[in-house]
Write a protein that binds this ligand. Structure first.
Ligand code: ADP
Ligand code: MG
Length: 258
């Protein structure tokens, strides 16, 4: 299978990485693509978002990082057809320090995904809110990076640092890495600040900004506590519609690039 691996990264917390990873994965799975969601955040929000609230057993990405387990033994099906998850638990915090002394420490995720990647059309990696080892591993394993951004006053702050990190990874670890796009999340059409921030981002990044914007929608914030993606929780909501549109635009862009 021709597999495409996408990292959802932004070192800012609360910008919609996990919400986008979950719901873009759900939409692509709903369109019949085989999708793996990789939870690369010790908070485990992507795992609980698909209904895995108890990941205290050792079938998780941390066991893969330590070599105790193979990815194939830790990938679990979800309630949704075509959607699988490699879950995370809080142990994953340890990776940041444990890897420091090890060889090829940036390439661990890439290596552990290699035996399973063929089984999926898309692998989406939900990154933690930092530019540490877990994010570096994700960027090294990925073909492209999708950057969710909230349209708030300090949205651009920190973006330069992220772009610089992407450049560094591209230079030394993953030559082929490219920016899939920037995605405006929690968009509020009635807010003038939203418009001015959005146009500033568009001025800087042009076509790299997705045409689809994700509006603020309470159903999107409710669904994870039910362990459901928006497709399961409320398929008619504006949030579900927005993520379906994102899925369409994502596939169109991917096709245009191929
Ligand atoms: P990150 O993974 O970048 O930290 P999250 O996806 O967890 O961000 O989003 C942060 C919070 O905002 C969560 O409580 C989430 O449910 C909520 N949220 C995300 N996107 C939306 C949206 N479009 N509308 C309403 N709430 C949202
Ligand atoms: Mg998150």
């Amino acid at each position: 299978m021709d597999t495409h691996i996408i990292a959802l990264a932004n070192q800012k917390g609360g910008v919609g990485k996990t919400t986008t990873a979950l719901n873009l994965a759900a939409v692509l799975a709903d369109k019949g693509k085989k999708v793996l969601l990789v939870d690369s955040d010790p908070q485990g929000n992507a795992s609980s978002g698909v209904g895995l609230f108890n990941t205290n057993e050792d079938k998780n990405i941390y066991s893969c990082y330590t070599g105790a387990k193979e990815a194939v033994d830790c990938i679990l099906p979800t309630k949704q057809k075509n959607l699988s998850i490699l879950p995370a638990s809080i142990d994953l915090v340890g990776v940041e320090v444990e890897l420091i002394s090890q060889e090829n420490r940036e390439k661990r995720l890439k290596a552990l995904l290699r035996p399973v990647r063929e089984q999926f059309h898309y692998i989406l990696i939900d990154c933690p809110p930092s530019l540490g080892m877990l994010t570096i591993n994700s960027l090294t394993a990925a073909d492209s990076v999708l950057i969710p951004m909230q349209c708030e006053y300090f949205a651009m702050e920190g973006l330069a640092q992220l772009i610089q990190t992407i450049r560094k990874v591209k230079k030394t670890l993953n030559r082929e890495l490219y920016v899939e796009g920037l995605l405006l999340t929690m968009y509020d059409r009635r807010n003038r600040l939203t418009h001015s921030v959005a146009s500033e981002i568009q001025k800087h990044f042009g076509d790299q900004v997705y045409k689809t914007v994700i509006p603020r929608n309470v159903r999107l914030s409710e669904s994870p506590s039910h362990g459901q993606t928006i497709i399961e929780y409320d398929p008619g909501s504006t949030g579900a519609k927005a993520y379906r549109q994102l899925g369409g635009e994502f596939l169109k862009r991917t096709k245009a690039r191929a």
